[in-house]
Each structure stands twice: as C-alpha cells, then as structure tokens.
Design a protein around this ligand. Structure first.
Ligand code: CTP
Ligand code: MG
Length: 234
C-alpha cells in the first residue's frame, strides 16, 4: 500500500448490498472467498493501483466497524485516506452516500463494485488515467458480447439481436467529480449503473477495454468460479 494518496482521485467502493442472489447469511461483500472477505479482495485491487486515491467504502450500517477494520488492514500506511460510510437501499443511494464525503480536492471519482472482487489494479489504473487525462466524458470498462443474443417474450424468441455493436460493462466507472455530482443531483430515476445515470443527464460516456477478471460475483456459481481461480493461481 502507498503512503501518499493522489489528492485528485477518489474511489468509491460500494459494498452495502445484501447479496440476495448469492443467498448467504452475510451481506455479499462480507462473505468469505478463499480465506478473505470479498471486500478485502476488491480493496487489494484498489490499493495495488499506481494511482493511489482517497478510498471511500460504502458498507451496510450494521457492518461499519468491520469495514473499517478491513479497510485499515488493506490500506496499511494509507489508512488515513480511507473513509467508511453507511449505504442506502439501492446501489444508487449507496453511491450517493459515498459521493457526499468525497474530499474537496478531488477531480475525478471512480465508482467500483466490491462484488468485482478480482478486478485487477491495471483496470483501475486504466480507467483512472483515462478520466484524469480526459475531458468531461465518463469512462467505463467494456468487453464484447460473445454469446448470441435473443429478444424474447416469455419463452418465445421474437428477435435475434445483432451483437456486433453490443458490449457488457464493468466497474470501476470513472467521471469528473463535478460532472458526476451534477448528474446525481439531477437524477430522477433509478439506473443500473453510474454511466446510465451520467448519460441520462446528457453527458457523454466512452469505453476502455475491460478485463475478464473484473466479473461481478452475483450467484454461488460466480463465487465458486472466483474461488477456483484463486486456487489455481490464475
Ligand atoms: N450495493 C450497495 N448498496 C446497495 C445495493 C448494492 O452498495 N443498496 C453494491 C453491492 O454491495 C455490490 C454492488 O453494489 O458491490 C453491485 O450490486 P449487486 O451485485 O447487485 O449486489 P447486491 O445488491 O448485494 O446483490 P443482489 O442484487 O443479489 O441482492
Ligand atoms: Mg443488487
């Protein structure tokens, strides 16, 4: 971990979800994966980045102390640059809670899912570089859609969708701070990601290459896949 944080960058790690689809007792970010919590894995990616940043962990209200302990452990000497806040009922509310405590010096904000436990530091650096070096555009990691895609009504296939111009997107998603704050202030609907909220306010978003390892742990199958990857050292 680095002792100095780049005062220009904040990374909000949203970890306040309950993990309904994972179906465990604990909120998802606090579920164990290969001997550590999912949150701890995600923070290793964040603190391994060359762009050191102010890190804001958004945790369930009942687990703030645990989140602080995990954050300090991973941050080491940089732990003074870690803030922990309670999340909200939706991911969007949790991001808003994180945005509310972004330090005034910050120019760019990355929003990252704790559930993307294995997202590599290189991906965080890629997004951070693009947003710090760019204009007012949002920057999101994307990968091509490899499966054939169908539109259905119930079980019935009603269309084949051309996948050549489709991508699936990941986090971290990066934005100029003032622009993201303005987009959040004017948001009047729930969006599935920050880029959708940003775009809904008329702002532009561009993609950078994503990483397969940044897949989101959603179901027990995903958790098992992450565990096997760590077992195999890949
Ligand atoms: N998240 C959050 N606050 C919420 C909901 C989600 O901080 N109210 C975070 C999760 O902790 C996760 C990320 O947003 O790191 C992506 O959300 P998702 O994968 O949907 O996680 P959960 O909402 O916890 O899972 P589920 O939808 O299965 O309940
Ligand atoms: Mg969810």
């Amino acid at each position: 971990a680095r002792a100095m944080s780049d005062a220009r960058l904040a990374i909000i790690v949203v970890a306040a979800g309950s993990g309904t689809r994972l179906g465990q007792q604990l909120p998802k970010a606090f579920v164990e994966l290969h001997g550590r919590t999912i949150l701890e894995h995600a923070l290793h990616g964040v603190f391994g980045a060359t762009h050191a940043a102010h890190v804001i962990i958004v945790a369930p209200a009942s687990l703030l102390a645990q989140a602080r302990t995990i954050g300090s452990r991973v941050a080491g000497a940089a732990s003074e640059h870690v803030t922990v806040v309670a999340g909200g009922d939706t991911r969007q509310a949790s991001v808003a809670a994180g945005l509310a405590v972004v330090p005034a010096t910050v120019e760019a904000v990355l929003v990252h899912d704790a559930a993307r436990a294995l997202a590599p530091s290189a991906l965080i650096d890629r997004v951070a570089s693009a947003v710090l070096g760019g204009g007012s555009q949002g920057v999101i990691p994307a990968l091509p859609v490899v499966d054939t895609v169908k539109r259905v009504e119930g079980a019935r296939v009603v269309a084949s969708v051309d996948r050549s111009d489709l991508v699936h997107v990941q986090t971290p998603q990066g934005f100029p701070r003032d622009e993201l704050l303005a987009a959040y202030a004017s948001a009047d609907a729930e969006h599935t990601d920050d880029a959708a909220l940003y775009a809904a306010s008329g702002r532009e978003v561009v993609t950078v290459p994503g990483e397969p390892r940044a897949f989101k742990i959603t179901t027990p199958w995903d958790l098992n896949r992450a565990d096997r990857m760590l077992d195999a050292g890949v």
